[in-house]
Design a protein around this ligand. Structure first.
Ligand SMILES: C[S@@+](CC[C@H](N)C(=O)[O-])C[C@H]1O[C@@H](n2cnc3c(N)ncnc32)[C@H](O)[C@@H]1O
Length: 218
C-alpha cells in the first residue's frame, strides 16, 4: 500500500515539481524535485548551477548528457537556447520522448576510458565533429555530466571536458560532475586549468567543479 502511494505521488508530482522549481529555485523545491525525479546531482550542486544560469539567462546552455534533470534545465533557461548531447541511444529515446521541449543530439564519442593517457598526450585524438548547431555557437554555460566514465570500458569524459574548453565563450562557466574520479580530475586540470577553478562541491554521488573561464579569445 505504502509503495503504491509513493508511486502515485511520484507520478503525479514529478513533472509539476520541475515546472515549479524552474520558476522558484528554493532549496526546498530543488530537494523535492530531485527526490521525485531521481536526479543524481545533489541539491547544493543544482542550486549553484541554477545561480549561474539565472544570472545569465536567457543564455546559451550546453549539457553533455541527458538525464532526469534535462527538462528542468530547459525550463530554467526557457527564453534562451538549451542543447543536450547524448551517446546512449535507448536513453536518448527515453528522455526525449518524455519531454518534447528538449533539444538533443545523439553523438558517438568512439572512445574508451582506458585510453585516457594516450589521448592526453595527443590532442588530435580528442577532436570530434559535432552537430552544426553546437559547433557554431559560443556557449555561456556548459554542464559536463556525460558520457559514462565509471569503468575502463565506458567512453569516459576525455572528449566532453576537452570540447567544453573549446566551445565555451570568454567569461563563460563550465560545471563538471564526478571530479572525484581520476580521469575527470586530470582532464579538468589540463584543459580547464586550476586558475579558473572557482568552487568544488563534494557530495556522496560525485564532486562538482565550477570553472569560470577567463582566457578564451571570443
Ligand atoms: C551521469 S547521468 C547524470 C544525469 C543527470 N545530470 C542527473 O544528475 O541525474 C548522465 C549519463 O548517464 C547515462 N545514464 C544515466 N542514467 C541511465 C540509465 N538509467 N540508463 C542508461 N544510461 C543512463 C546517460 O548515458 C547519460 O549521458
Amino acid at each position: 500500500m505504502k509503495t503504491i502511494l509513493k508511486e502515485f505521488i511520484k507520478q503525479n508530482l514529478a513533472r509539476p515539481s520541475i515546472i515549479l522549481t524552474g520558476v522558484w529555485t528554493s532549496r526546498f523545491n530543488i530537494l523535492l524535485m530531485r527526490k521525485l525525479n531521481g536526479i543524481q546531482l545533489s541539491t547544493l550542486q543544482i542550486k549553484v548551477i541554477c545561480k549561474t544560469i539565472k544570472r545569465k539567462t536567457p543564455c546559451k546552455l550546453l549539457v553533455f548528457g541527458l538525464g532526469n534533470d534535462s527538462s528542468f534545465w530547459t525550463s530554467l533557461n526557457r527564453k534562451g537556447i538549451t542543447v543536450f548531447l547524448e551517446d546512449n541511444k535507448e536513453w536518448f529515446q527515453k528522455i526525449t520522448e518524455k519531454s518534447k521541449k528538449i533539444k538533443a543530439f545523439l553523438v558517438n564519442y568512439e572512445t574508451q576510458r582506458k585510453d585516457w593517457k594516450t589521448m592526453l598526450k595527443n590532442e588530435s585524438l580528442l577532436e570530434m565533429t559535432l552537430p552544426d548547431d553546437v559547433e557554431k555557437e559560443a556557449w555561456d554555460v556548459i554542464l559536463v555530466d556525460a558520457p559514462a566514465g565509471w569503468n575502463n570500458e565506458n567512453p569516459g569524459r576525455m572528449k566532453s571536458i576537452f570540447l567544453s574548453s573549446k566551445l565555451i565563450r570568454n567569461s563563460g562557466d563550465i560545471f563538471v560532475h564526478d571530479c572525484d574520479r581520476k580521469v575527470e580530475e586530470i582532464y579538468c586540470d589540463k584543459f580547464l586549468q586550476k586558475g579558473n577553478l572557482k568552487l568544488e562541491i563534494k557530495a556522496p554521488i560525485g564532486f562538482l567543479r565550477h570553472y569560470h573561464i577567463m582566457n578564451r579569445p571570443f
